[in-house]
Write a protein of this length. Structure first.
Lengths: 257, 257
DNA sequence: CCGGCACTTTGATGCATATCAAAGACAACT
DNA sequence: AGTTGTCTTTGATATGCATCAAAGTGCCGG
């Protein structure tokens, strides 16, 4: 094979790719403010200054290097997080090491929201990542005074649930090729929704992580991506980017048509 | 095979099994009241009379026979439902007919809660079923005045999300045997949590539905259950019941140990 | 510039589960 | 009691993906 543009994906290049591709969401007119971490979270748009102020009092910033664990399944769920830059993966493990990644989180996404006393999954960064951390207890007390925030959280949980149901269909009933096609489209749609370029898309995710997300092995992921490339559906570019050459055909493929 | 106790599962016996196994949850001291459908919903416990009264004004009852469709994926999501008696399945379809059941719903469970403008899945009864129907718009208006209800809904959505994540692990990374074991334990745990007998458990679900829930075929489900029976882990009883003979061993099996 | 490391790709083989086919079991209806 | 329809079980075979193995690629540190 002459070109191998997807290789060489180390932490450094992941970070750069993401920094370009996924700008930190900012509220209209606002500028990043170290003393005011909450103001730039996209879910806080449309909140009053008073509400923002209260949120700030229960939040702080967290920085992770690539591959660093944020918390493990079963740990007491003391905090809720919102990704500000970078990307995270959340996963569940079986005792023999089999792993299911239940989601990838990008700027604006919540972590540990749908959790009661203990985290139901482990969370780890897939590149250099910053998060906004909320004390759960304080946040919940605060919700009593600000029902609008609570409404927002219910909507967020609903969206997460819808994604989980899509993923169940993918895991239970789709072939390897359909899984990969669905995954690429999902990344593209998500990038578009958060205002980033949706084609080519940045792919800051290793074959192993893709495999553990899609219920496959790294070998099958690799072979399937090669097939898609050979058939001209996608092009692998430098900087861990993938160009979708024929989105309609890819969508048909994802649905098994 | 001499005994075939699981066969003969028609609608009638499903209903009877369920009627015995899954009594309708009732709030403390309350009795069923046709004019007051909301009062008996378990999620309404701890609400004030005023809150119940308001809920009643936006709710009505729905009855379904076995196998009847409640709504289809993509339809406008005008209503939210709560199962009062019976059982439902929710599923997503691929264009070629492949089906993934994303969940089974029993009394107390919500339908269409985590939904925005259109239903993200189809819903169908698996036996004679009654539901309490809420007008979505009215319910949402009502939430503004009763944040306690909204808080409750957020918790319910969170639980649903946790279940979905468990299911992803099952679909993506477990073997057929582990899937069946996990499924039986899930049914048992759920029955226990809603105060019903957890062993033997009622199994009002066809092989086909189990297969579509677990990402298998009916044949594999049947063979695997036969294996579990032969190895003495479970006993199939009359009336669509299954006795878990060794819960610990089953739990180990479900986790692949 | 070389060697080590992490990730990816490719190839050969095996297996768990799907597919295809048919018989068995039970309930409902006549 | 026989018929019909639905669901389940069992058997034979096929296949998609996993597994095992090894080479390729690019980055980084020495």
């Amino acid at each position: 094979m002459a070109d191998r543009p997807l290789t060489g994906s180390n932490d450094r290049s992941f970070e750069n790719t993401l920094r370009d591709a996924i700008p930190r969401p900012q509220s209209a007119g606002g500028s990043p403010c170290a003393a005011c971490p909450v103001r730039d979270l996209s879910f806080c748009n449309a909140l009053t200054d008073e509400e923002l102020d209260h949120l700030n009092r229960v939040s702080s910033d967290v920085s992770l290097t690539s591959g660093q664990s944020l918390f493990d399944e079963g740990a007491p769920a003391d905090h809720v997080y919102n990704v500000t830059t970078g990307a995270m993966k959340v996963y569940k493990l079986l005792s023999d090491g089999r792993r299911q990644i239940t989601g990838f989180l990008f700027p604006g996404d919540f972590l540990g929201l749908a959790t009661r006393d203990a985290y139901a999954y482990s969370a780890e960064s897939i590149c250099s990542t910053t998060l906004c951390r909320f004390n759960r207890q304080k946040l919940e007390n605060l919700l009593k005074d600000f029902p609008k925030v609570e409404r927002r959280l219910l909507g967020i949980a609903s969206d997460e649930l819808a994604l989980a149901q899509d993923q169940m269909l993918i895991l239970g009933r789709k072939t390897a090729k359909e899984k990969i096609a669905s995954f690429l489209l999902m990344l593209s749609n998500r990038a578009q929704k958060s205002g980033n370029k949706s084609n080519p898309i940045s792919l800051p995710i290793t074959r192993t992580d893709m495999a553990d997300f899609l219920g496959l092995t790294t070998e099958t992921v690799s072979r399937t991506i090669t097939q898609l490339k050979t058939s001209g559906m996608i092009t692998l570019m430098s900087g861990n980017e993938v160009r979708l050459e024929n989105r309609d055909a890819l969508e048909d493929m994802a649905e098994g048509e």
